[in-house]
Design a protein around this ligand. Structure first.
Ligand code: ADP
Ligand code: MG
Ligand code: MG
Length: 512
């Protein structure tokens, strides 16, 4: 990055400049659905009994500078990542090896695996699977190397409910709009130039992925109209992010979609004798639709399964003929343990799934060091590092969970392990902290502006549709595409970065 033009970025705003920028940002956001339902701390149920209010989504005022080569590399290798995770999801035996290490110590993974086994026993009736993936990265600068060039390191790979594709497309358009109306002071325009801003096509690309699956399902077997089901949490504050995909699916592909709160699964859906999935909207139970594709925006967290009935619901959907986005095996492929096993130095695993050596080595170069906490030699070394407060300060400890707020950072690791029975340590992986370059920005969240040091995380979306094999047949990929990007930015004092979890903001890339 050219330090000279960036050292004063973003510029200080005068009160008038700030007001002009915020007024335009607020109005554009609401007018374009760059919005969330307000948190209860902001608007109580008594103040909004009919739930009509929305507020602007947390966004950065300025697009964040992002190294062009890192951005381009992230997008360029997404198809390889899609291929990798599709191959893992098709390799049940290999996944079983991973799951077996977790099954006695992680109830959630164990339940998912049992659900898969139950369907397998009966036989799957759908051999297509859809992945709407997101590979997350940070820019890493090796502080010890002189003249180090920034490189892209993967934080994690998401195989279920990869969110913010809807809002991301809007925030890049917001920043472009703010530039076009001269809301940024002239001093910033040496960095923020129209050709440096990257528009994210994530909403439309992810919707096209759903449409591809919908079409690949084929003709209605029941004569009923076909639809896609978004399986969602209830309540869901990030509903507009999902609505953008739903509306793009209808407007660009003419595909009807419904929102099914996960807990309503048994009430609103049923399986025909041949396990065709039928959906009856509560507002018109006499009409029913045949479901081509089940898109999970819920079901990724144990909190989504408060009752045994919720596991029955997951089983019910998995058994069905609808294409799952994702299937349970694909969901399990996103375990952090999988990421750790792939990152094991000199391991044969990456080659197994990505036979092209050049492709594999590009993917490999994005891995950060990750260790198991088990009986292996690497595991014993990692346990030693994790127990010592000084060395632990360079690491993050992660369980097999999604959705933010689950990790243990740095100095908190040794006391956490002390309180956890040693038999449970292998349920976690230990990952080196990626140390991104220092940047500044201003985040506008819940009507408050916070300026200061920030950390950016790039997410690259991928669409992948594949046919599962059986026996010696490894199946085949039918569709494989990079599907736009997300930039999330958080204050550098916060270890977590989740926007929905309340730590970060949606941002866009200004390439430098
Ligand atoms: P989740 O699946 O819950 O999103 P992540 O692995 O993405 O879990 O971790 C949550 C957040 O923690 C990330 O968004 C990032 O801000 C931070 N984080 C995770 N791993 C690292 C790492 N190796 N280096 C720096 N920050 C990390
Ligand atoms: Mg995740
Ligand atoms: Mg994450």
């Amino acid at each position: 990055m050219a330090a000279s033009s960036l050292s004063n970025y973003p510029p200080e705003l005068s009160p008038d400049e700030e007001q002009y920028l915020l007024t335009n940002l607020k109005d554009w956001s609401i007018a374009h659905g760059l919005a969330v339902r307000p948190p209860p701390s902001f608007v109580t149920a008594t103040q909004d009994p009919s739930g009509v209010l929305a507020s602007t989504a947390p966004v950065t005022l300025f697009p964040s500078p992002f190294p062009r080569n890192c951005f381009e590399e992230g997008l360029a290798i997404q198809e390889a990542y899609n291929e990798l995770y599709s191959a893992i999801a098709r390799d049940e035996k290999w996944l079983q090896g991973i799951v077996e290490e977790l099954i006695d110590i992680d109830d959630f993974v164990s339940k998912l695996w049992q659900t898969h086994l139950a369907v397998k026993k009966e036989g799957y009736v759908q051999d297509l699977t859809l992945g709407l993936f997101r590979s997350d990265y940070m820019v890493h600068v090796d502080q010890s190397a002189s003249n180090a060039t920034p490189g892209l390191k993967q934080v994690e790979f998401n195989t279920i409910a990869s969110s913010f594709g809807g809002l991301s497309a809007q925030v890049s358009a917001l920043h472009r709009y703010l530039l076009s109306i001269d809301a940024y002071p002239a001093s910033a325009t040496s960095v923020i130039k129209a050709e440096a801003l990257r528009q994210s096509k994530s909403a439309s690309s992810l919707a096209r992925g759903l449409a591809t699956a919908h079409k690949a399902y084929g003709q209605s077997r029941t004569g009923r109209p076909l639809c896609v089901l978004f399986v969602v949490q209830d309540p869901e504050r990030n509903v507009f992010d999902q609505r953008h995909l739903e509306y793009a699916l209808l407007e660009e592909s003419g595909v009807r979609a419904f929102r099914l709160p996960f807990h309503r699964t048994q009430a609103d859906t049923k399986l025909a004798e041949d396990r065709t999935l039928l959906y009856s909207p509560p507002n018109s139970p006499a009409t029913s639709y045949e479901v081509t594709t089940v898109y999970f925006r819920a079901g990724y967290s144990p909190d989504d399964y408060p009752n045994e009935a919720d596991w029955t619901s997951r089983l019910h959907l998995e058994r069905s003929r609808a294409i799952k986005c994702p299937s349970i095996l694909t969901h399990l492929a996103g375990c952090k343990k999988v990421q750790q096993v792939l990152a094991t130095p000199h391991s044969p695993h990456l080659k197994r799934f990505l036979p092209d050596e050049k492709v594999a080595s590009r993917v490999l170069s994005t891995f950060a060091p990750i260790y198991p906490l088990d009986q292996s030699e690497a595991g014993q070394e990692a346990i030693r590092l994790a127990k010592n407060p000084e060395s632990a300060a360079r690491y993050v400890l992660k369980p097999q969970r999604e959705g933010g707020g689950n990790n243990i950072y740095r100095k908190a690791i040794p006391p956490f392990l002390q309180n956890l029975p040693e038999t449970h340590w292998p349920a976690y992986i230990l990952m080196e902290m990626i140390e991104p370059p220092a940047l500044k920005n201003a985040i506008f969240r819940n009507g408050e502006l916070q300026s200061g040091g920030v950390i950016c995380e790039l997410g690259v979306y991928g669409v992948c549709l594949w046919r599962n094999g059986s026996g010696d047949n490894q199946g085949e990929i039918l569709e494989n595409q990079e599907a736009g990007y997300l930039l999330r930015t958080k204050g550098d004092q916060s270890e977590e970065g989740g926007v929905a979890a309340g730590f970060g903001a949606v941002d866009s890339c200004c390439l430098v």
